[in-house]
Ligand binder design. Structure first.
Ligand code: FES
Ligand code: MG
Length: 577
């Protein structure tokens, strides 16, 4: 075992717990020893917390119980004292109504767990969608040296010699099932084959997007974002991350030293360049907010107009995360964007982003496109504005039918999700392929929790007629694995009194993505008349976390953080021991 280095242990934060010769410190030391720990194990060494979101109800993190041991090995190798600390797990597939309701709760837990304990550095073990922003937000607010270890994508799905992608192929084959084209046996076969291993969705969903964003912002080791969860490389990554966490403690390299407006912009450009999830926008605004950096949708729009999409990965492209990894992964993609990125930003690896990606080469130009042959020259995801979304809304244009990006049609409005579910597949439904499906009361307050309902299903009678995409509008989010012409995050949401609450079936709606416009063809007088005659708002939960959430959550364009958590935090542990 490495002996404590020449660094001064009195500089360590944990020394304030374990160092002094007083009664409280005696208590801290004696109770640590109650676990069988000896002086040599922890004294004068950085205490490195392994914040583990393992849970048997989060299948994406099912390898984390073992992987934590490999992080531990790395911490020991570098002379640290590892302590594993479980924190809330947000497993996308089993939580209702949505993990997004709980992102801020995990962020609060991470912040407070770090702040109140003798922790010198932390390894943040997350991966499944909201765990990534939640852990980063918490670590930023605690401002204790932290390094992120992504869960890694699962293996590619295989069924009848076809490659299956998480989420995306569920939507695709469910449409075929509703249309009557897929038998029970095949549907069961897909169920058995689509999730072949531990790990996160292996499409460019929110998990893969946020892992890439985290790496580009400098908060994980180089290449970490794409390593498949069950590859031997992922075991090694865990150990390397543990080793590096000890250095971070000695160097006292904190999130506030790494994350700046420039590194956030690197994250944003990366999410665009990989054709990433629309959810990244909401999360990045919230992450920036914790740093006291105001990031707006207009800022996102600016970058969207200049950032090419080079990652040809589903649902916006053709390949999956395993292919991306084999093609060179994120460093190879970023190396093709060095003229756009802020390459002098620092990273947890101790080098700049530019140094980190220098020399990274793409092995397959089909998966990682070249600059002169991009998936899209710019605008993979776009901000739209207009009288239906005064504070903006977004559309992932590369995952939409290009023919629908300019469209005008009559609205077909559903007041809420249960109403939509009850009516959508009714053969009598008055709908055509030109209709604009609208779902409201599906935003941060209305649902509540801002669920992934924004890829409204295509009505059965249209599916049977061969329709596979149409224009859909909502104040909801959609899964990063979803696709289609879905306008999302309409702000303000209907439950907060946004204009979406006043749309009626039959109103004419126009979207014009090339001109970044959404228009509701109803006069201002008529809008005023409807506003006078309609009772707006929603019933909010009266108790518990739901109450706290409803009172303090911000709208989509502000990142949906709690208003009282925005801005820089003093970051210190309570002063009285
Ligand atoms: Fe966990 Fe997709 S369900 S990453
Ligand atoms: Mg998802």
């Amino acid at each position: 075992m490495t002996q404590p280095s020449s660094h001064d242990p009195k500089q360590l934060r944990s020394y304030r717990w374990f160092g002094p010769d007083d009664m409280r410190s005696f208590g801290h030391r004696s109770r640590i020893k109650g676990m069988g720990v000896d002086d040599i194990d922890y004294q004068n060494r950085p205490v490195v917390a392994i914040l583990n979101t393992w849970s048997e109800l989060n299948t994406c993190h099912s390898h984390f119980r073992d992987r934590a041991d490999e992080v531990r090995r790395g911490i020991l190798q570098s002379g640290g004292f590892p302590v594993e600390v479980p924190v809330m797990s947000l497993g996308e597939m089993l939580m209702k109504p949505t993990t997004m309701l709980y992102r801020n709760l995990l962020a609060m837990e991470v912040e407070e767990v770090l702040r109140c304990h003798p922790i010198d550095a932390a390894v943040l073990m997350g991966g499944c969608d909201k765990t990534v922003p939640a852990m980063l937000m918490g670590a930023i607010s605690a401002d204790i040296p932290s390094i992120f270890l992504p869960a890694g994508p699962m293996l590619k799905g295989r069924w009848k010699n076809e490659t299956l992608g998480s989420g995306s192929d569920v939507w695709k084959y469910w449409d075929e099932r509703v249309a009557g084209n897929l038998c029970d046996q095949d549907w069961k076969g897909i169920e058995n084959c689509i999730a072949r291993s531990a790990g996160t969705c292996m499409t460019m969903g929110t998990a893969s997007t946020m892992a890439a964003v985290t790496e580009a912002m400098g908060m994980s080791l180089v290449g970490a974002a794409c390593v498949p969860a069950v590859f031997a490389d992922h075991h090694r990554l865990a150990t390397q991350t543990g080793r590096r966490a000890v250095d971070l403690a000695w160097e006292n390299l904190k999130p506030s030293d790494i994350l700046t407006r420039e590194s956030i912009e690197n994250g944003l450009m990366t999410s665009l360049a990989i054709g990433g999830s629309t959810n990244a926008i909401v999360h990045l605004i919230a992450i920036a907010g914790r740093l006291g950096i105001e990031l707006t949708l207009d800022h996102f729009d600016e970058l969207s107009r200049t950032t090419p999409v080079l990652g040809d990965i589903r649902p916006g492209g053709r390949f999956l995360m395993e292919d991306f990894y084999n093609a060179g992964g994120l460093p190879a993609l970023l190396a093709r964007l060095t003229d756009l990125l802020h390459t002098d930003c620092r990273t947890v690896g101790g080098v700049t982003l530019g140094e980190q990606i220098a020399g990274a080469e793409a092995i397959d130009d089909e998966v990682i496109r070249t600059r002169d042959n991009p998936v899209s020259p710019a605008g993979g995801t776009c901000l739209l504005k207009g009288n239906l979304a005064p504070n903006g809304c977004v559309i992932k244009s590369i995952a939409a039918d290009p023919k629908l990006l300019t469209h005008r049609g009559p609205a077909l409005v559903f007041d809420n999700y249960p109403e939509m579910k009850a009516k959508l597949h009714n053969p009598e439904l008055d709908v055509t392929a030109d209709s604009v499906l609208i779902l409201r009361n599906a935003g941060p307050l209305g649902a509540p929790g801002f669920p992934e309902w924004g890829m409204l299903p295509i009505p059965k009678k249209l599916l049977q007629a061969g329709v596979r995409d149409m224009v859909r509008l909502s104040d909801a989010r959609m899964s990063g694995t979803s696709y289609g012409t879905c306008v999302l995050h309409i702000a303000p949401e209907s439950a907060a009194g946004g204009p979406l609450a006043l749309v009626e079936t039959g109103d004419s709606i126009e979207i014009d993505v090339p001109n970044r416009r959404i228009h509701w063809d109803v006069s201002d007088e008529e809008i005023d008349r409807r506003r006078q005659s309609k009772q707006l708002g929603t019933l909010l939960p009266e108790r518990g976390y739901g109450h706290l959430y409803a009172k303090h959550v911000t709208q989509a364009d502000r990142g949906c953080d709690f208003d009282f958590l925005e801005g820089r935090s003093p970051g210190q542990e309570p002063g009285i021991h």
